[in-house]
Design a protein around this ligand. Structure first.
Ligand code: CUA
Length: 610
């Protein structure tokens, strides 16, 4: 067949252009396209992983989709959040709980997932509040904080970890030392404790006393040991006296030995919790000397080694997790803080001072080979924690790694002297690490953990299961229960409040029990009450009860804060507050017309009849 000469010329030009495209600036563009493709999740498509990120001083947990980096949800925990109607009013039980346990702010550091057989089971996520010594539990079927525990006998709840493989306890390290006997008059050195918390009852079962500041925690994969990095073995109370010794330690608590001591009644009970003193209970605690001021401690997915990061030393210390002997101490770079793992025997350590992630081969480092460093990648900047998908569990995925960086410097458009903090997603599926994307965050990124969407998504509830005291449609009512007390049982459904009028008197305490009776997922209604510092957001099936002061005389329109329907703006009602000395007779409220004419008898609401 004879080809037209023009076709040949054209084909050659196209081929040349294609070649040029894959070289030079074309190659750079191609690398960008490949990275973009790895993180691009098209509208309507779902991410592959849930990432749970501690919100730091935001006191919450951020749920981010991976690989997109999109913020999907914030779970408020230790701080009020108007957007979710969380702990807003002084009389909100959750707010009162926060006030009683330390305050309406928190410093969340380490999210850990409940495990079955060493893998996340999607039941719970725990998060600590370093500042006020608390541990919160989040139910993953509702993505809601359900329990908040104030840890006794300790301050500065820092490192936390789940006791593998089946979540026997949550370990919580007390970082700030306290007088040994709990009294400020004690001249003896301060000490601290590691708490072992029951995952279901959220009660501290026992504590183990340790000298020094107890920092980060992890556990052996067989449930035998809880490992913690310890600094300030000197028990100094100022910087100079904290850095006298050559080495600090990794503390290994033998959990069965500690349990045995507790069962034998060898704990000193304080605030209802037995504290085991290792000095009088040999075998409970082993101190493994490591370079000064270690920070992270991470157990390899196969459970063979616990790896302590040097922080001030450019090394990591590899400890045999069964014999507790140090097997190697390889150099990795400046400022090693934390380590995570892939599924191919590699470790990834964050280097705070070098602003790098270093990838190194564990077996080669243990064997003393010189070529254990596999790769390094620059991050932006001053990385703290890092976590690979599944790196904190028994079967890492080996695909993505998240770098949680303390500073972003030049990475984002300037927004005043204070800049956002930075998280970067790195592809670790190949020999060389590849930077994929970055996304900013509010202060301060601490730690992350991941769950596959395919595992967790089926476990997430569509609606709340109505509580036993939920208000049923048709049974709404307003009842005067005392001279200065009114109870309102209210339901919400598109696009009305029932009742849509509540009449009370100045000085009344108004108890609102509100149920969203929607049964369709995502049909959230709000209940915002002007000038009463009150916003409640109610997901379908949710009931919330709160008592508020009626406030000053006037008419207050409660309205829906969550756009729910074409009549969303019309979704409102009135709380009418009559003056104290008003002679108006307050009518009982009777069922509204939309409640099929059912009349709910109320207690007469005039002050005179009380
Ligand atoms: Cu209900 Cu908007």
């Amino acid at each position: 067949m004879k080809r037209h000469p023009f076709i040949l010329v054209a084909a050659t030009v196209v081929a040349t252009l294609a070649l040029a495209h894959t070289m030079g600036c074309g190659a750079a563009r191609s690398a960008r396209s490949l990275a973009a493709e790895k993180v691009y999740v098209a509208p309507g498509e779902l991410d592959k992983y849930y990432a749970f990120l501690s919100g730091g001083q935001s006191g919450s947990v951020f749920v981010v989709g991976i690989p997109s980096g999109r913020l999907i949800r914030e779970i408020p925990v230790f701080e009020p959040r108007a957007a979710y109607g969380y702990a807003m009013n002084d009389n909100d039980p959750r707010r009162q709980e926060l006030v009683a346990t330390g305050g309406v702010w928190g410093d969340t550091h380490h999210p850990v997932l409940s495990e079955t057989n060493g893998m996340p089971d999607g039941k719970y996520l725990w998060i600590n509040d370093l500042a006020n010594g608390r541990l919160a539990r989040i139910r993953l079927d509702y993505f809601e904080a359900d329990r908040i525990l104030k840890l006794p006998n300790m301050q500065g709840a820092h490192g936390i970890a789940v006791v593998s493989p089946n979540t026997k306890y949550i370990v919580v390290n007390g970082e700030f030392e306290q007088p040994t006997d709990g009294l400020v008059t004690n001249p003896a050195p301060y000490t601290s404790v590691v708490s072992f918390v029951d995952p279901d009852s959220m009660q501290v079962k026992f504590q183990v006393r340790i000298n020094g500041n107890i920092d980060i925690a992890d556990t052996s994969k067989d449930g035998r040991y809880s490992f913690s990095t310890i600094y300030n073995l000197e028990q100094g109370k100022d910087l100079g006296s904290m850095i006298q010794y050559d080495r600090d330690a990794v503390a290994a608590i033998d959990i069965p030995a500690a349990e045995k001591a507790v069962a034998a009644g060898r704990g000193e009970v304080r605030n209802g919790v037995p504290i085991i003193d290792p000095e009088t209970n040999p075998g409970v605690l082993t101190l493994i000397p490591v370079p000064k001021n270690p920070h992270g401690i991470n157990v390899t997915p196969d459970g063979r080694y616990a790896i302590a990061s040097g922080k001030l030393s450019p090394t990591v210390t590899i400890i045999d997790a069964h014999t507790l002997k140090i097997v190697a101490e390889p150099e990795v770079g400046l400022g090693p803080l934390h380590t995570t793992f892939d599924d191919r025997g590699n470790a990834f350590t964050s280097l705070f001072l070098d602003s790098q992630v270093v990838k190194w081969n564990i077996d080669k480092a243990v064997a003393g080979k010189s070529d254990y460093i596999v790769d390094r990648i620059n991050v932006h900047y001053n990385i703290g924690h890092l976590q690979a998908v599944g790196g904190d569990h028994m079967h890492p995925a080996g695909d993505y790694l998240l770098a949680l960086n303390k500073l972003s410097k030049d990475q984002y458009i300037p927004v005043g002297p204070d800049l956002p903090e930075n998280q970067e997603l790195i592809d670790i599926s190949g020999e060389k690490m590849k930077m994929l994307s970055s996304f900013p965050t509010v202060p301060e990124p601490h730690e992350a953990t991941f769950m596959a969407v395919s595992v967790l998504k089926p476990l997430v509830h569509q609606t709340f299961t109505p509580a036993s005291d939920a208000v049923e449609a048709g049974k709404e009512r307003v009842v005067r229960t005392g001279p200065h007390a009114v109870t309102v049982d209210m339901t919400l459904i598109r696009s009305a409040y029932t009742p849509d009028k509540v009449e009370v008197r100045e000085g009344d305490q108004v108890t609102l029990k509100i149920t969203n009776v929607e049964t369709i997922r995502d049909m959230i209604h709000g209940f915002a009450l002007p000038d009463h510092n009150l916003n409640i957001a109610l997901a379908p099936g949710y009931t919330k009860t709160i008592t508020i002061d009626a406030g000053k005389p006037g008419v207050y329109w409660y309205y829906c804060t969550n756009f729910c329907s074409a009549l969303h703006l019309e979704m409102r009602g009135r709380m009418v507050v009559q003056p104290k000395d008003s002679t108006v007779t307050l009518p009982d409220w009777h069922a509204a017309a939309n409640v099929q004419g059912q009349v709910v008898p109320g207690v007469p609401s005039t002050g005179a009849k009380q």
